[in-house]
Design a protein around this ligand. Structure first.
Ligand code: ZN
Length: 234
């Protein structure tokens, strides 16, 4: 059988692999992986920022700015839940179940595309404002153990990989600090370590040594920036 394809996006470089996939809806997709020469973008100089990932706020910057996931983010999770329930209500092997599964597939795809789009916009904004971005080197497995299923959609890992890529193009450096570094346990003013912040529900705390009142995430972001910058100098 012959197939025609519509290239909705031009490709560049030399094609290395070509994969044809068919989804549950019977639609075909052609995936090309290409090798392309990429000019080295020299690292810019400019402002540095530390960022803390969280469940309450997607990102907290060391200047106190909190970036929340857009409203659709939450509503799309509801949409997925609803589509999931529809599947479980249908009898196994039935035509209804097949249709419900197709719908679930569609919803997943839509949500993934929207999320990716938002990630790219955010990564572009951050990498054009800052020349150096310090983040924690996230271990997804550890996060899942700690936080449960909420992050199992790998959103953080996906964002970091997009950030890495966009930063490379914009001459911005992404510095990842050791995930075991005590970014949320240390007071950024006097350096004392405390176990008081162990509980993730604690949003503000007072340093037992110097008395500074900290916003949990902002303090962590400041520590992440300081640690990242010390790695840059080292
Ligand atoms: Zn202190």
């Amino acid at each position: 059988m012959d197939y025609k394809y519509a290239a909705y996006r031009p490709f560049a470089g030399t094609i290395k692999t070509l994969t044809v996939k068919r989804n549950a809806l019977g639609e075909f997709f052609v995936f090309l992986s290409c090798i392309q020469e990429w000019p080295d973008v020299p690292a810019r100089t400019g402002k540095a920022v530390g960022m803390d990932f969280g469940l309450k706020h997607f990102l907290t910057l060391d200047n106190g700015r909190k970036i929340d996931a857009p409203m659709w983010y939450k509503s799309s999770l509801n949409e997925i839940r609803k589509a999931n329930r529809a599947v479980s209500r249908c009898k196994k092997g039935s035509g209804n179940r097949k249709r419900a599964l197709m719908h679930l597939d569609r919803v997943h795809e839509k949500v993934a595309n929207r999320r990716k789009d938002w990630f790219f916009k955010l990564a572009n904004e951050l990498t054009s404002e800052y020349a150096v971005i310090c983040i924690e080197d996230l271990n997804l497995d550890a996060m899942k153990r700690l936080w449960g299923r909420k992050v199992s959609d790998y959103a953080f890992a996906e964002f970091v990989s997009i950030l890495d890529w966009v930063a490379l193009k914009n001459g911005c450096q992404v510095i990842k600090i050791d995930r075991w570094a005590p970014s949320s346990k240390a007071c950024h003013v006097c350096g004392v370590l405390t176990e008081d912040t162990k509980d993730l529900r604690i949003r503000t705390w007072t340093c037992p040594a110097c008395g500074t009142v900290h916003d949990r995430d902002v303090n962590a972001a400041i520590n992440i920036r300081n640690m990242g910058l010390s790695m840059l100098i080292a």
